[in-house]
Design a protein around this ligand. Structure first.
Ligand code: HEC
Ligand code: HEC
Ligand code: HEC
Ligand code: HEC
Length: 177
């Protein structure tokens, strides 16, 4: 009894802090429900046809395992956190933050770049930019700084990053109304 009260008292503040900072992942198909028609900007299919959607599967190839071995890792590429950190999302978070439709196999996905969406996905929150940001949505003022967080020489297969060219391959704007 005493133990339980004690545990409740110390875990409550921890719970409050984590509730404010940790958002659940819902998966790209859930974002796609509202971001897939041409009128909305076809974000879902643009992403599906990009290499980002393949980034996890790339780690399951022989080439990837070979690179991991050469780098001195003893694990398969797809099990190596030092590879996963740029090729996937959600593999290193508490299972209770992972929604039913979330798939780690989807690699670099909507929520990798825009933040875990469980708390901003509702229409009401999404329509209010400030509210969405307050609930975990990430927007990027400086594209280049953001991209080179992964597109840098720490990547074993690094090729020079040309922002204009690369953005052109993955951009997915909301059409002007
Ligand atoms: C219920 C529908 C709905 C869902 C689900 C949804 N969105 Fe949205 N989203 C919207 C609407 C509506 C807007 C505002 C569009 C506008 O301004 O024309 C928006 C805007 C955005 C913007 C633009 C923000 C800005 O102002 O720069 C981003 C980024 C975004 N959504 C990402 C996501 C991601 C990532 C997910 C999944 C985690 C998601 N959305 C899920 C409806 C939705
Ligand atoms: C979380 C890490 C991460 C971030 C952030 C990121 N990328 Fe990538 N990107 C990757 C990975 C990993 C690949 C390789 C995927 C593969 O081939 O399996 C890739 C591949 C690409 C490709 C395909 C390259 C080719 O040869 O066709 C383009 C284009 C690209 N990224 C553009 C961008 C742009 C533009 C940004 C910033 C807006 C960005 N990326 C941000 C991880 C990231
Ligand atoms: C590699 C990173 C990356 C991925 C993956 C990605 N986005 Fe984006 N997205 C960006 C960046 C960068 C911008 C432009 C700056 C901003 O609004 O944050 C953007 C812009 C947007 C916008 C606003 C466009 C506008 O015209 O204002 C929406 C909506 C959006 N993304 C939705 C999505 C959805 C839905 C997915 C998944 C299907 C997705 N994004 C996947 C990086 C990404
Ligand atoms: C700093 C981020 C980062 C890390 C860490 C990283 N990658 Fe990548 N990876 C990328 C990006 C970005 C690309 C797209 C090509 C490029 O510019 O490097 C990529 C592409 C690849 C490709 C496809 C290359 C091709 O030409 O077919 C393979 C395979 C790969 N990575 C394996 C790995 C392995 C294995 C590890 C771990 C040992 C790893 N990556 C760690 C960011 C990263």
């Amino acid at each position: 009894m005493f133990i339980r009260i004690f545990v409740t008292l110390i875990s409550l503040p921890i719970f409050l802090i984590s509730a404010q900072t940790e958002h659940g992942f819902i998966g790209s198909s859930s974002c796609g429900m509202c971001h897939k028609t041409e009128k909305q900007g076809s974000q879902l299919s643009i992403w599906q046809n990009s290499k980002h959607a393949q980034a996890y599967k790339t780690l399951q190839t022989e080439k990837a395992d070979q690179i991991a071995t050469e780098k001195g890792f003893k694990t398969k590429a797809v099990e190596t956190p030092e590879c996963l950190k740029c090729h996937a999302s959600g593999y290193n978070v508490d299972a209770k933050l992972i929604g039913e439709k979330f798939k780690v196999e989807e690699g670099v996905q909507c929520e990798t770049c825009h933040g875990a969406g469980a708390d901003y996905k509702s229409k009401k929150v999404m329509e209010n930019r400030a509210e969405a940001i307050a609930n975990g949505m990430i927007v990027h003022e400086n594209l280049e700084n953001f991209c080179i967080g992964c597109h840098n020489a720490e990547s074993p297969t690094y090729v020079e990053f040309n922002l204009a060219e690369m953005w052109d391959k993955i951009k997915h704007p909301i059409p002007e109304k």
